[in-house]
Ligand binder design. Structure first.
Ligand SMILES: [Fe+2]
Ligand SMILES: [Fe+2]
Length: 159
């Protein structure tokens, strides 16, 4: 699968996750619940952005920098992290919920912008084989991430 297709399919997956999360967010009854949901969003978002930065943005850096686009997308990643952090420090459930809803809206717009900007640039810049190699490595890395997270979440055996 080409790296550009990995990007689109991960965005599609995340849009679905966000729809479920948004529903749960309206059902949440405590500030702690909203904070937990925000941590989930943070986890999903982080593993996606680490992949796209490593396997799409960095390889495209030189080309995009000439057009002033890459730093803009990296910058947005930092803003998303800051927005989600605000949920953790919100004084009440209403503020936490509205911060998280805003973050989800901004993330969706960000996905659209990436698809509009990064995909045509990558398709023009790379040979299809190079995009296939990047995509394959990205997918392998993603599987590795999931296995590491699973191992990390297992209780430690008693000695
Ligand atoms: Fe991104
Ligand atoms: Fe993305």
């Amino acid at each position: 699968m080409k790296a550009t297709d990995v990007l689109v399919s991960q965005h599609a997956f995340l849009r679905g996750v966000f729809a479920v999360i948004e529903r749960e967010l309206y059902r949440a009854e405590s500030l702690e619940e909203v904070k937990t949901i925000a941590r989930l969003v943070e986890g999903f978002k982080r593993s996606h952005l680490e992949g796209e930065e490593s396997f799409l943005f960095q390889p495209l850096d030189a080309l995009l920098r000439e057009r002033g686009q890459t730093s803009h997308l990296y910058e947005q990643h930092k803003e998303h992290a800051a927005l989600l952090k605000q949920v953790q420090t919100a004084p009440n459930i209403a503020e936490a919920r509205s911060n998280l809803l805003l973050a989800l809206r901004i993330l969706r717009a960000h996905f659209k912008e990436e698809e509009r900007v990064v995909i045509p640039t990558a398709l023009a810049a790379f040979q299809p084989e190079s995009l296939e190699t990047l995509g394959k490595t990205w997918l392998e890395q993603a599987v590795l991430h999931i296995s590491e997270d699973l191992v990390a979440s297992q209780p430690h055996p008693k000695v």
